[in-house]
Design a protein around this ligand. Sequence first.
Ligand code: UD1
Length: 434
Amino acid sequence: MDKFVIRGGNPLLGTIRVSGAKNAALPAMAAALLAEEPVILENIPQVRDIETTRKLLAAMGAEVELGYGRAQHRTTLCCRNLVSPEASYELVKTMRASTLVLGPLVARCGRARVSLPGGCAIGARPIDLHLKGLERLGAIITQEHGYVEARAERLRGAEIVFDKITVTGTEELLMAAALADGETVMQNCAREPEVADLADLLNKMGARIEGAGTATIRVKGVATLHGAKHRIIPDRIEAGSFIVAGALTGGDINVAGCEPRHLGALLHKLDEAGVKTVHNADSVRVISDGPLRAADMETEEYPGFPTDMQAQYMVLATQAEGTSIITENIFENRFMHALELDRMGANIKIEGSRAIVRGKTPLSAAAVQASDLRASASLVLAALVADGETIIDRVYHIDRGYEHIEEKLRGVGGQIRRIGEILPKRAVAPAVRA
Ligand code: UD1
């Protein structure tokens, strides 16, 4: 297991480039299951979850080429000859988003068998709304031995009202409805840019989708979808993490290749906290030359403040003057990082869904442990401002969603290196005297 060793205290200076959005790339790869012709996706991030999705699709008989180069991170997926519409527990347990294949598989093959994802470090994350929606579209759903099976000779368009806003649930049903007979109207949909990006791709493949990015999406089902080429949107969470890193370290960095209009809630909150940012068409410059001020924050569905930025924002709150109250409204157990941050000298008290952060407290290096993807990012940020050398264990979590984060941060002056697991030295038997 790799670890990061980070020496804090350096202001970040220079340009840091954002990769493609993992959370847009995953549903886009699943969408390739809907067509017999190849789907070409560009700006695919080089992260572990993409490799997991490649394995998942390859196990079904898809041909997936992943090419990473300086200029383009491209994948070509050809799902002409699917042999088994199944997603095994081995893969689903490492990445919940694997359940995104359920909708496209049942729509294209009439049958899908996908492992239920089980527990999750950030709280209960059922897929009941995905299944309820597929039932509305006419699928027969059964659950047995930890797997869910969906069957339908042909899905039928229907009216679907989500009881709760769900990102992958909206994406799942969007893909299924694209090949259903007749019209589907979905209400209370997730409005995340990743949903709109998926709809863009599906429309390029011949789907007839209107309203993605709003709460009501209309899908006129078509008989088949064809191949297409699509560029994945930039990762707004990676961009946001770098923007917070710049603000925290008192530097001057340009976060390039991002989409500032997807970062509205974060930039607004940072402004309130005293962080100056300048936005251009595809970059955000962060100039951090004054004290940070406490600002309360609540996570919400898009366009609200993203839950995936809550942990990183909490680090900023530890360095702001005053008390910030952070309320997590999306997941019920997403404060694991707070305990690790406290070990580094933060003063954070958890009360149910609220974290009370009293700043400003100097952070000091410690050995800490990453518990999930975004929590690990917050530990990297904390280490960048901590006094001394922090060692972060279990960085495989961060590798799931941040492309070469250590190289990117080193490029702007961060002192971070990756080390392999240090195995205990093999005991050397004392020499035996004759
Ligand atoms: C997606 C993102 C994740 C982000 C989250 C919220 C991907 C691959 N992952 O996850 O990074 O943190 O959105 O922005 O895009 N829920 C149910 N029943 C369901 C589905 C969801 O009760 O069937 C609940 C969840 O437990 C949670 C809330 O709805 O409390 C929102 O979850 P959801 O939007 O579905 O998150 P994901 O799509 O899994």
